[in-house]
Design a protein around this ligand. Structure first.
Ligand SMILES: Nc1ncnc2c1ncn2[C@@H]1O[C@H](COP(=O)(O)OP(=O)(O)OP(=O)(O)O)[C@@H](O)[C@H]1O
Length: 249
């Protein structure tokens, strides 16, 4: 991968509609004319009421939902990449090397121990197994996951324990773009603090972060800007600078 540019991500006139095949092909429009830019080292936080399309935007940026109009671009020093028309194998490479995603819930794989779930993104990049294990254990310890759990599959872990495995897996590979969908939702205060630190460290190393945080304290401490999504998405290009309150323009 080559160097990142300013902005690193741009979203122009984005449109999303779902076709509901179970409802006679009815169309549900959830996003219209969304614009945003995101630079390296910056954390942009999406806000707005439930159902407005925050998670849908992250899923389009991670390739799990199709874009129905407009453009998504990543900008590198030697050119730009349009995410709207990428083949599946390109998404695989992009998710491995460029775009990380931390959702609220861990996708549990039966029989795979927690530490291996966390190591996997590094192994996919060819990092040596011993090195990957040390880095995974360091993160799990930092997130206060008891050592006795590291070698167990996380299927039976509590919600907060699973979420910490998920966070470790999401942050371990230091992706240049990180999508965070309520990563602190079921964490206690001490572990929320660790996640805030991980986000601040990611920003310091130049990662661009786009997140959803319902916890106002976390949001206020990590956000450089807020992007309030409004019905029908008349959202101005590049949201207003963040001044500690939602919707400041
Ligand atoms: N796969 C899908 N098929 C059909 N409709 C969907 C699909 N995914 C999301 N939607 C709809 O899109 C709208 C936006 O959902 P989304 O999850 O993005 O909202 P949100 O802003 O993240 O909400 P919340 O804050 O409650 O998580 C909702 O009306 C939802 O029902």
């Amino acid at each position: 991968m080559t160097s990142l540019t300013q902005p690193f991500l741009s979203v122009d006139a984005l449109h999303k509609a779902f076709v509901l095949h179970g409802q006679g092909g009815m169309t549900l429009e959830v996003m219209r004319d969304l614009h945003l830019t995101l630079s390296p080292g910056e954390c942009l936080v999406l806000s707005g009421p439930s159902g407005i399309g925050k998670s849908t935007l992250l899923k389009m940026l991670h390739g799990s939902y199709r874009v129905t109009g407009g453009a998504l671009h990543l900008h590198f020093e030697d050119g730009e990449l349009s995410l709207g028309d990428l083949p599946a194998h390109a998404w695989h490479t992009l998710r491995r090397d460029v775009i990380g995603y931390v959702s609220q819930f861990l996708r549990v794989i039966p029989r795979v121990p927690a530490v291996e779930v966390v190591m996997e993104p590094l192994l996919a990049r060819g990092v040596d197994t011993a090195d990957a294990r040390v880095r995974a254990e360091t993160l799990l310890a930092r997130l206060n996951l008891p050592e006795r759990l590291w070698r167990l599959p996380p299927g039976t872990f509590s919600g907060g324990e699973q979420q910490r495995v998920n966070i470790a897996r999401g942050f371990i590979a230091e992706h240049p773009l990180l999508l965070l969908d309520e990563p602190t939702a079921s964490l206690d205060a001490a572990n929320r603090e660790v996640v805030i630190e991980l986000i601040q460290e990611a920003k310091a190393r130049g990662a661009a972060l786009l997140g959803i945080f319902h916890d106002e304290e976390v949001r206020d401490r990590v956000a450089d800007r807020l992007l309030p999504l409004t019905p029908h998405m008349g959202v101005a290009l590049g949201a207003a600078p963040f001044a500690g309150k939602e919707g400041v323009s």
